[in-house]
Design a protein around this ligand. Sequence first.
Ligand code: 5GP
Length: 113
Amino acid sequence: MADSIFTKIINGEIPAEKIYEDEHCIAINDISPQAPVHVLLIPKKAIEKLSDAEDGDQALLGHLMLAAGRVARQLGVADAFRLIINNGEGAGMTVHHLHMHIIAGGTLSEGKM
Ligand code: 5GP
């Protein structure tokens, strides 16, 4: 599999607004935000999509959920955010490297979240 754009960001080959990093993942601001807060949480391991994750990825997936909460606290949106994972092109996935969208700062009724 060729390196995804996210692997290039993780490797520092492409710039991004990084707001969080640990041993297993990074969080960056989305280049085309759909809400006041739109962050991408990306595992450093290049799993193509959630449905390709295996039993051995269990700890990593749990780590990502905890990291999502940590990033939300860091951004001051821990009381109201959404997590979205698009799995496959039919579901709107455009970058084939597992990632979570952390969306916040609007309301569902405003259509900003
Ligand atoms: P998907 O549609 O695959 O779930 O989400 C991919 C997201 O990555 C989109 O929201 C898109 O705006 C974002 N994105 C694509 N290329 C880049 C990039 O080079 N830098 C950043 N920060 N975000 C990107």
